[in-house]
Ligand binder design. Sequence first.
Ligand code: EPU
Length: 454
Amino acid sequence: MTLVGETATVAGKKSHEGEVLAIRGGRALTGTVAVKGAKNLVTKAMVAALLGEAPSVLRDVPDISDVAVVRSLLEVHGVRVEEGPESGSLRLDPSEVESAHFEEIDAHAGASRIPILFCGPLLHRLGQAFIPDLGGCRIGDRPIDFHLDALRKFGAIVEKQPNGIRLSAPHGLRGANIHLPYPSVGATEQVLLTAVRAQGTTELRNAAIEPEIMDLIGVLQKMGAIISYEPNRVILIEGVRRLRGYDHRAIFDRNEAASWASAALATDGDIFVAGAEQQDMLTFLNVFRKVGGDFDIREDGIRFGRGGALRGVTVETDVHPGFMTDWQQPLIVALTQAQGRSIVHETVYENRFGFTQALVKMGASIAVYPNGLQDGPRRVPRRSLEQAAVIDGPTPLHAADITVPDLRGGYSHVIAALTADGESTVRNIGIIRRGYADFLDKLSGLGADFDVIG
Ligand code: EPU
């Protein structure tokens, strides 16, 4: 399986997953960073372009390797992708969509989960789709069971093969009644991207309603889809026969904005995040304030820093409008510097505290409870996959040799190294480019002291 490692990025540059940084900590991060379109919308909007009969234009596309993976996959299916009318935009022309060979799809699928979202659009365009097995953690029954159950309800035939799954729809796709067991972001997108051109009406219950999903609905509506968002997580989609192209500016990346906000908090810095908007960050901002952070909301962005001494907090990750699971990792670095005990309950993923081991190596006091804490009633009902991290602070962090495990955990490792005394070695930095555009340039611009050493 080819990984993202040496894949061309959106601008045609190369990414290097194995990059190593020597980071000298103890300096506050100060200055401005600009956030562009959200990774978790842009990649889906690119897939949506497959459904149109005319070219689409997507604006504010970040230069990240997840975008490069989706671009390659679109290209192997015959979509022409080129630079759009302004810097950072893409023009996607699906007029010559064709079947691709397994080897090509496999070589371009990367370590991303997005290929699963090609199912509906490819079934509509070609009557068949092949999704490669991206490894045990991806194409096992469980992680995509909601997706496959939904596709079957639309009338797709799903065949598991040794190297992936093959889908066909000999009789076309028909609208369906679908109730998701959990408001999964990906499964909601799967249903949207399939239902818009299915015959008849689809009712989706227990849908995810993240702002990126609402933006995807906006994209699809521009293409001619009829989608209504009803009370109580219900989405109704009236299928249409044809869709046109769209011209869309992607919603800003609130995960990246929250990451820089936590970096300001951890390093006692002052960061203006240009492009950040209050409405989609309300929950984050409340927690940020409770920890002792201060922010100034302006028309063109939000300025983040400390408002005084940091204090411990209790946070539960949740689906929207809750506190996002992608926000907890950089925040935990800041919580190591807060006075008192913090508790973070992770309710979305079953294994998202692995990154804290590196923080403990650097001197943090963090205890992870893999089965969660029985500490009384909470806003989020307990899920079987819940776990908890208990952080006692403040603890000074010291330099260490650490290896980035994943995107958000990796970002937090870099921030921890910038918070720590001494020179840390942080390996596998390239993973961070999957979701953070111009990462090293942004760090330099904020005054971070580091060298690329490998
Ligand atoms: N789940 C299943 N079966 C399924 C689908 C999901 O059991 O068929 C479970 C998952 O295992 C997980 C939970 O449902 O425990 C939530 O998963 P969801 O489908 O909502 O997540 P996703 O679509 O795979 C997206 C983002 C994630 C973000 C989550 C939650 C993308 C590409 N990824 O993942 O972003 O954490 O929603 O908001 O949009 C990131 O950006 O670093 C990232 C991981």
